[in-house]
Design a protein around this ligand. Structure first.
Ligand SMILES: [Zn+2]
Length: 115
């Protein structure tokens, strides 16, 4: 496959993914808001539920932000034409590995060697 065309497609799909994550982040903003203690008709238990749900929403958002940062790094690497190439052995990084973490810079073998 043509490396350049491939990269343009990938670049676009990563941009789309980033847009999707940013939209999700905006849509769920209220879930991460402060749990109000003065909510009428909210008992002790449901307030704890609300706080638990909020903690989970914040956790999800943190992961989302980290992934957005990774996408940004991947976009830079695509521009630099180093995306998908192992920084250690110059080999190709496994597709699955890149899907899981688009900003990954070394291949599976090199990653496991270093541990
Ligand atoms: Zn390698």
């Amino acid at each position: 496959m043509d490396y350049k065309i491939n990269c343009e497609k990938l670049y676009q799909s990563l941009l789309d993914k980033k847009k999707e994550l940013l939209t999700l982040s905006k849509q769920t903003e209220s879930e991460r808001g402060v749990v109000r203690l003065d909510q009428p008709a909210v008992g002790r238990l449901s307030r704890m539920d609300a706080m638990r749900a909020q903690a989970m929403a914040i956790e999800t958002e943190n992961r989302r932000q980290i992934f957005i940062e990774k996408i940004d790094l991947a976009l830079i690497r695509i521009k630099q034409k180093t995306y998908g190439l192992c920084a250690s052995c110059d080999g190709h990084i496994e597709k699955k590995r890149l899907e899981n973490d688009p900003a990954v810079t070394i291949c599976f073998n090199c990653a496991t060697d270093k541990q």
